[in-house]
Design a protein around this ligand. Sequence first.
Ligand code: ADP
Length: 490
Amino acid sequence: MEKFILALDAGTTSSRSILFNTKGKITAISQYEFTQYFPYKGWVEHDPIEIWNTQLKSIKEVINKAKIKIEQIHSIGITNQRETTVIWDRKTGKPVYNAIVWQDRRTSDFCLELEKKGTKEIFYKKTGLVLDSYFSGTKIKWILDQNGIKSKANNGELAFGTIDSWLIWNLTKGKYHITDITNASRTLIYNIHDLNWDTELLNILEIPESLLPKVVSCSELIGNTDSSLLGKSIPISGIAGDQQASLFGQMCTNPGDIKNTYGTGCFCIMNTGSKPVSSKNKMLTTIGYQLNNKVTYALEGSVFIAGALIQWIRDQINLVNESPEIEDLALSVDDNGGITFIPALSGLGAPYWNPNATGAIFGITRGTKKGHIARAALEAIALRSRDIILEMQKDANTNFNSLKVDGGASNNNLLMQIQSNLLNKKVIRPKTTETTALGAAFFSGLATGFWKDIDSIKNIWEVDKEFNPSNDVNNDSIINLWEKRITKVL
Ligand code: ADP
């Protein structure tokens, strides 16, 4: 009887279930979107019950689609949108408030207050994170500050979790209150050096320790699903936050290994080995993953506008009808024609950190064609990624041989070739670009013997296409113009 790993990919807009076979190939996928709530400006919420219901529906559907028996599911791995915060009643299992999503800015002012009190450095030193509303800590405090909630929390009646914890609680009918170390490392209350919930930070945010889940590694047997849900119980044996799962799904298992996801924005994460690396450029220091007792650290940086630049070109200035058409348009010219596109459509993040910067197109002449703008836009995505990759490389004091890529815009061959040229490194795109779910499956399967070890996973990991740097293009001039022109918008 053929066996599969079931990966639950609990994303920001949808709940997905994916079955992987022993070759790491996708056998079936099911996906259900859920509601995004925007109650006030800057607020973003999800209904945790809807997340659970859509996740369970997708599990049942994927099993039906693949026409397999429950017994054929060897084990379950979970990956999830990180930082999103749920607090629920341990007795009733009901959330006391909606999930506050990672994008939610409601605690920004509170973060500034904390900063004024001089706590920023303490948070950074202990958690590797910047003091920002993005992370769970201040979201937890906000929920606890609502009417009547704190006393319940102090009495130990409530539980906090990110979406992984919430799903495990429901999958096991309240038997396990658990999170993994990668999700914990994004909460702003977990000490990534001592590897425990940090009492000083909990005191600053007035969070009782009784609220918190037990922290486990990414790959170990956690418990079994309650048999009433699917008719039989299945072991749960892998958890990781989405970016970390993708790092592992891309088999970035050596220090210096790095992956970049090209979606709406770019998410870049580099394996830095067994010691945390602190960043001079406000990259985040985070836990990459933990296998057995071995913790692997990572540096993380993101570019806010990547595929979003192509969306803007598509929807606002209508140079293309569909995003992928940008590739042919950019190929209609030989080079960028002297154009530099500064994609600061919502400020500039690392390493410039200027929220007020605005975008610009430099170098326009009467000879400028649409194709030049398209080409410069693709170069802009690659140049912003290069900016952060080079900073990470400096921070980690390491070199790397190749960049692993995934995400919607990684299907653009020209963009990947430009990225390779501008980094002067090999760019590798895998066959399975669902690297997040794949990473969760790998973690789960390693714990349950579905895969023997990392080497056997590396043997099944397949490359779709490799891009090697080309010197035919005048890369230096592109980079020089970029470096000169970007200073004009800062
Ligand atoms: P997300 O997960 O952030 O929603 P996806 O990984 O689905 O993003 O990628 C979608 C983004 O990638 C969109 O911003 C889209 O404009 C861009 N995109 C998709 N295909 C291409 C392509 N072939 N070339 C350039 N950009 C693309």
